[in-house]
Design a protein around this ligand. Structure first.
Ligand SMILES: Nc1nc2c(ncn2[C@@H]2O[C@H](COP(=O)(O)OP(=O)(O)O)[C@@H](O)[C@H]2O)c(=O)[nH]1
Ligand SMILES: [Mg+2]
Length: 294
């Protein structure tokens, strides 16, 4: 698990393939209870580790020596804020003028992207005291220009990028992917709202919604739709001239179902969380592995 960079681009790919970073899910809870042993490695020979630390601090107020940091990026409406709430077991709240930000509180959904700044969140009850997850604004706007997005948001200083996608990749998504691969920054391609795609597919193929299918029909439909979504994403990236993403760097998720499962609200006939937990495990594995193996 956790091979989030095409192997040709990583000097430590072989070690990962050897299985040294495949940990049991239950161990993740122990990962982020200690500060990282070292800062993230520099992304290129032109940027030193000290410069990385300084840029992260100056541009985002991000202390990379004290915390692991995951970035959730992708264009507006892909479900970034919902995902960030869901993995922390927090209910969504619609943005309104009375909203008060709290680091362990909800990321508001439906916020106007043009006014949004990168926002950091932690887990409630200090579950992961040394992990911060960042809600990044969608780019390609006057405030967040696409050309310099990767550098402006210091994406090379994060432990892992989660590139959320619903529908087609935007040019900015493709640029982020390309730069992440070039700089050896772990990047996961996350296809959100899997429940919507799979339900649509159920109606198309069976003229019935997903919840009306048999267990076996559900299983087959999930497998085939997941495969198709990953195949489409791969084709899009390759067509755009990017390296082919490894299969285990792509995840189809249903974040709201994952939250329901965490909160013991998921019922037998509800839509399953798909690969949400697998994604979180993979990001955690790679983050800890990179910081420990310098
Ligand atoms: N069905 C479904 N809808 C989702 C899911 N995740 C997000 N959404 C919906 O997608 C819309 C945009 O979500 P939001 O988190 O605000 O997107 P953001 O702009 O990327 O932060 C909201 O109406 C969410 O309720 C999901 O897993 N399944
Ligand atoms: Mg949002």
């Amino acid at each position: 698990m956790a091979f989030l960079i095409p192997l040709a681009a990583t000097p430590w790919g072989a070690a990962i393939i050897g299985g040294t970073v495949t940990f049991a899910a239950t161990k993740i809870i122990g990962y982020f209870t200690k500060p990282p042993p070292s800062p993230p490695p520099p992304p290129s020979p032109e940027i030193t580790q000290q410069e990385l630390i300084k840029s992260a601090r100056e541009k985002l107020g991000m202390e990379v020596e004290k915390q692991y940091n995951f970035a959730v990026c992708g264009c507006s409406g892909t479900g970034k804020s919902t995902f960030i709430n869901s993995v922390r077991g927090i209910q969504d709240i619609a943005y309104n003028s009375g909203f008060v930000y709290a680091i362990d509180g909800p990321a508001p959904t439906g916020i106007s992207e043009t006014t949004q700044a990168p926002a950091r969140y932690r887990w409630p009850n200090n579950v992961f005291p040394y992990l911060t997850i960042w809600d990044l604004p969608g780019g390609n706007t006057q405030t967040h220009p696409a050309e310099t997005y990767f550098e402006d948001k210091v994406l090379y200083a994060f432990d892992c990028l989660l590139l959320l996608k619903y529908g087609r990749f935007t040019q900015l998504d493709i640029d982020i992917y390309r730069k992440a691969v070039k700089c050896n920054i772990p990047i996961a391609i996350v296809m959100t709202k899997g429940d919507v795609d799979i339900d649509n597919e159920a109606k198309l193929r069976f003229s019935r919604p997903f919840r009306k299918l048999s267990k076996n029909e559900c299983k087959i439909l999930i497998e085939e739709t997941t495969r198709k979504l990953k195949c489409d994403a791969t084709n899009e990236l390759v067509k755009a001239g990017c390296p082919e993403p490894p299969d285990n760097s792509m995840f189809v998720v249903a974040a709201q179902s994952y939250r329901d499962q965490l909160l013991a609200l998921l019922e037998e006939n509800d839509f399953p969380p798909l690969e949400t937990e697998k994604l979180f495990e993979a990001c955690s594995n790679i983050a800890v592995y990179r910081r420990s193996s310098q």
